[in-house]
Design a protein around this ligand. Sequence first.
Ligand SMILES: *Cc1c(COP(=O)(O)O)cnc(C)c1O
Length: 446
Amino acid sequence: MEIEKYDVVRLTETFPVIKELIQLTETCWMNPNKQSFQLHKQKMPLTEQDVKDAESRLDRFAPYLQNVFPETKETKGIIESPLIAIPTMKSRLESRFSQQIEGELLLKCDHDLPISGSIKARGGIYEILKYAEDLAIKHNMLSFEDDYRKFDSEKFRLFFQQYTIAVGSTGNLGLNIGIISAKLGFQVTVHMSADAKQWKKDLLRSKGVTVIEYTDDYSKAVEEGRKQSSLDPMCYFVDDENSKHLFLGYAVSAIRLKKQLAAMKVKVDKNHPLFVYLPCGVGGGPGGVAFGLKLMYGDDVRCFFAEPTHAPCMLLGLATNLHDKISVQDIGLDNITEADGLAVGRPSGFVGQVIGPVLEGSYTISDDEMHRLLAELADSEGIELEPSALAGMMGPVMTNRQLSRQTLEHATHIVWATGGSMVPLAIKKEYYEKGKLALRSFYNAT
Ligand SMILES: *Cc1c(COP(=O)(O)O)cnc(C)c1O
């Protein structure tokens, strides 16, 4: 369904936030219809058991992963990232925005996830492992009790070689699917949108992955990938817009985060709310994490999505309740952003409907601001991220502007750093320089 021009005018009257989206101003949408998780849970198509099953599957594969990816040796084949305090960055934010931030500021370091240095190492790798396990079980090559190191064998690789995995991606998902699929022996085709960075395509090709490039955006790459895959019965398409497996892979993070918070003696309860800020592209990553967190903490956790001002697809879908029936192009936006992981014009309808009702809100952030935060995080904490991963960093400033001091007094804020450690040095430097420049113009303007 296309939204016509005159509809946009009417929509804007009903949902004034659209006007701010069209003007590319940074804005925050607070969910006016937020439901209690206990109520909403009964209507959800996925359960806590599904997340636990996903966790067990990752446990079964841990010995295999430890074998084939030596960087996971330390965590015994569990793909997990640290949770750390970033007090110096907190002071920076407070001083630049002249805004006190109540509560502690933590960073979830998914940019440091082994294998591919982005949050996609959760969902993407999980979905391929699930598919490989299903195939092996179906062909009587495996039972759940086996030692999964048997996946690292000529027999398994030859078997998987008959199958092709395909995926549409702006870069990071393709990178993950490509790396794990090639390791297992699958043939892989990645359909890449125009936003995908050259180094990501080069890296994939070096691993024997077929990369098909499109001059169009992410939605088109997914659509084409889906279409081509449907013609090949031996091809499995990882559907980023609708996949429950990806979603569950992301959700497992919450079980582990809960343990990390407990180990750090961080309290989460009614009087100690947990605020989590998640960069959002199509929605699977942040949606899956938010779902897992809601299962762990119910209404004591408050989740916000963050998107570029040029690509606020989830905010638009949620605010209008039109989900994937509307795109940012429909309201005249270009979906062009340096935050390649978030360059998505049309959100996942599945995610919006599953997690939307229990989200606290969603906000937008400009490319310049992401770069400023990137440079500030590098300077203050020595942590280097890719621009997408900074979208969450405005969250604590924003909630402290919007909510009462009383609400936030005993709060903990977690900014989810979604990617960055694989970015080549020269490009990291470019991002940083751009951030420094944007900081200078920020200070000159104020
Ligand atoms: C993909 C990605 C996201 C967002 O995940 P979605 O599932 O697309 O919403 C955020 N940050 C980075 C770095 C990503 O690669």
